[in-house]
Design a protein around this ligand. Structure first.
Ligand code: GDP
Ligand code: MN
Length: 380
């Protein structure tokens, strides 16, 4: 057997082991739902919404928020807006004749990114319970009731939700979300989850720490800080939200790669807590390090070694491995891989994580990004 075959086989096995271990742990523990001791509760809630040039969808977003099943007199909506379009005007007009919820509209003349917008909004909130959301998302109507029920458990410092549907009918995004939800349910039951979803995320004001202004993942950064402060961070699938998503390879890159950059940046900045903080530092963070930082490189090495192995065995015909890989990408991004389609979602995320690492090494992240305008169209 050629050396290449041994190398390719070993690399493949090493890449697969942590995934299999994780699947095994999932099968053994069979986690489901939220691990919190949920109680009915109806405290005042401050809802935070950062906005940047959202004139096309801001009405939809406010309609959606006001349709939530919760006493509106207990809600305060804190909008932090750095738009140069009509977003502000539309919000003011919308609330001109509305008593509840209370509106706090913070205006920024210069756009400074979501992280610093959230920091500013947090200085203005008046309730202990804060719910952070995004313009380009819709929420389940019971989302606040479910969120506060989780936070009624004092061990829980933050709770995020599950994206149930993908607007825009992307199978890749849907598969990715389903896989993430499984991972997050297991993480939540072990201790705490690492990723927090900006469109649907609640936490206590008292456990909030200011976010770094160049952060590309303000939501997950809030979560890590909550866990550092001793609170648990859980994902509860009963908190439902929808966002848009596409499958096409190049259309996916901008937003996915930037989100991946945020997560990698956050892991690296918090490397000091690896191993500490119970199973969060012992299992959850190492798994995320492995999935987001190590596995993308191992996957590339495996693909290169597999091609070399095939060429060493079959000469030029061995190039078929490379062609098969190209075909896998081509069909995957068109949602036409049939039974192995979910695998493509993992591979697609590994591509984003690889690009993210390269971009983080080569450039400085500023915390300001191009908003994905295409993703707004499905909301109109
Ligand atoms: P993504 O969902 O990760 O792609 O992030 P988005 O581009 O959708 O941004 C999340 C939310 O923050 C949206 O409601 C945006 O309108 C808003 N946003 C984006 N950039 C800025 C900014 O620089 N300042 C403020 N105040 N809001 C922003
Ligand atoms: Mn968004």
């Amino acid at each position: 057997m050629s050396l290449f075959v041994v190398v390719a086989g070993s690399l493949f096995a090493i890449t697969a082991v942590p995934y299999l271990a994780f699947l095994g742990l999932h099968a053994w523990l069979q986690p489901s739902g939220s691990p919190a001791n949920k109680q009915e509760w109806e405290p005042p809630v401050s809802v935070i919404l950062p906005t940047y040039n959202e004139e096309t969808i801001i009405r939809m977003k406010i309609d959606d928020l006001l349709g939530i099943d919760y006493p509106m007199e207990k809600i305060e909506l804190v909008v932090i807006d750095s738009s140069t379009d009509n977003t502000r005007k539309i919000i003011r007009e919308y609330f001109a004749n509305i008593d509840d919820p209370d509106l706090v509209l913070l205006e920024e003349d210069d756009r400074s990114g979501v992280a610093s917008a959230i920091n500013r909004a947090m200085e203005a909130v008046s309730s202990e319970i804060v719910f952070r959301t995004d313009c380009d998302s819709k929420l389940g109507s019971d989302v606040l009731r479910e969120a506060v029920a989780n936070l009624s458990d004092e061990r829980v410092g933050a709770v995020t939700g599950q994206q149930t549907d993908v607007l825009g009918e992307s199978q890749v995004e849907q598969d990715y979300r389903d896989i993430i939800a499984r991972i997050q349910t297991l993480e939540s039951h072990l201790d705490s989850t690492f990723i927090c979803h900006g469109p649907c995320f609640a936490f206590r004001q008292s456990s909030f720490q200011a976010i770094k202004s160049d952060s590309l993942a303000d939501d997950s950064e809030i979560g890590v800080n909550v866990r550092r402060g001793g609170g648990r961070v859980v994902m509860d699938p009963s908190l439902r939200f929808v966002e848009s998503g596409v499958s096409g390879f190049s259309q996916r890159r901008t937003r996915k790669d930037r989100r991946a950059m945020g997560l990698v940046q956050l892991l690296v900045r918090n490397r000091d807590i690896l191993g500490g903080f119970g199973q969060y530092g012992q299992i959850v963070l190492p798994f995320n390090w492995w999935f987001m930082i190590v596995s993308p490189w191992l996957s590339v090495l495996t693909a290169v070694a597999a091609t070399a192995a095939a060429v060493s065995l079959l000469d030029i015909a061995g190039i078929v491995v490379l062609l098969a890989l190209v075909a896998f990408f081509w069909l995957g991004q068109r949602d036409t891989l049939g039974p192995v389609q979910p695998l493509y979602a993992v591979v697609d995320s590994q591509v984003s994580l690889l690009i993210a690492q390269l971009r983080l090494v080569m450039s400085d992240a500023t915390g300001i990004w191009d908003v994905d305008r295409e993703s707004r169209k499905v909301f109109k």
